[in-house]
Design a protein around this ligand. Structure first.
Ligand code: PEP
Length: 253
């Protein structure tokens, strides 16, 4: 069975003291994670090492960076590279979040390079895609997402895409309290899987975890995750509350 993943995206929130308290509260709550389930904490760069140490020895808990640069080293003041993240034992990197695409003008080509440097370093990308409201209203969301996938991922080999992680996040549902309906989520996830299947074959498409993101909460996670092509979630706001994120983790199928 492909991996079922609850990924937290803390964004630019919390002081170190608040972050450590959140993790202490969360790990005190019983989590029912089986072998094919993982909880990933996407924390700000300065907290990667201290939060990693909080989850040491807990096999189904991992950390993620929220970004990395598309070059391995050099005169790029303020940036953080994939080899640097690997050297502190980071497992995952969230790439192409809509906030990075919008505020930092990340292009499809730049994201393809970021994915390459992650693979070279041995990091697992969590690749975000998803359409803005006007595209959804125009009814062209499927082709919009197809282009995001094709332009940033389709240079990858079948081997690299095996077990890959994609997060479908309709922008109109991020931080708005407006969740895609179960049917809308399932329809897009099934579409993404069929696009991957036509390029790479069914086995590879079926190995890819497709997470849903956009106002996932403790009270709606179970029904969204129950959809056959939804393999967990990428969670912003609700991941900042220990009891809520624990309930979301415990909603994985
Ligand atoms: C996100 O930032 O990826 C996200 C889905 O946020 P929220 O859960 O707050 O909508």
């Amino acid at each position: 069975m492909r991996k079922q993943i609850a990924a937290a995206n803390w964004k630019m929130n919390l002081t170190l003291q608040q972050a450590e308290q959140l993790m202490d509260e969360l790990i005190a709550i019983p989590l029912q994670l089986t072998d094919h389930q993982v909880a990933v904490f996407g924390v700000p760069f300065p907290y990667l090492i201290p939060i990693k140490s909080k989850i040491a020895g807990k096999s189904n808990l991992s950390i993620a960076a929220q970004n990395c640069y598309n070059k391995n080293s050099g005169a790029y003041t303020g940036e953080v590279s994939a080899p640097m993240l690997k050297s502190i034992d980071v497992d995952y990197v969230i790439l192409g979040h809509s906030e990075r695409r919008e505020y930092f003008e990340e292009t499809h080509a730049m994201l393809a390079e970021k994915i390459n440097v992650c693979f070279e370093a041995g990091l697992k990308p969590i690749f975000c895609c998803g359409e803005p409201l006007q595209i959804r209203e125009a009814g062209t969301e499927k082709t919009y997402v197809e282009t995001q996938l094709a332009d940033s991922l389709f240079h990858l080999s079948a081997e690299q895409l095996t077990g890959f992680i994609i997060a479908y996040e309709p922008i109109w549902a991020i931080g708005t309290g407006k969740t895609a309906s179960n049917e809308q989520a399932q329809e897009m996830h099934a579409h993404i899987r069929s696009v991957l299947a036509s390029k790479y074959g069914n086995d590879i498409a079926n190995s890819i975890s497709i997470l849903y993101g956009g106002s996932v909460k403790a009270n709606n996670a179970k029904e969204i995750f129950a959809q056959p092509d939804v393999d967990g979630g990428l969670v912003g706001g609700a991941s900042l509350v220990a009891t809520d994120f624990a309930a979301i983790i415990n909603s994985l199928k």
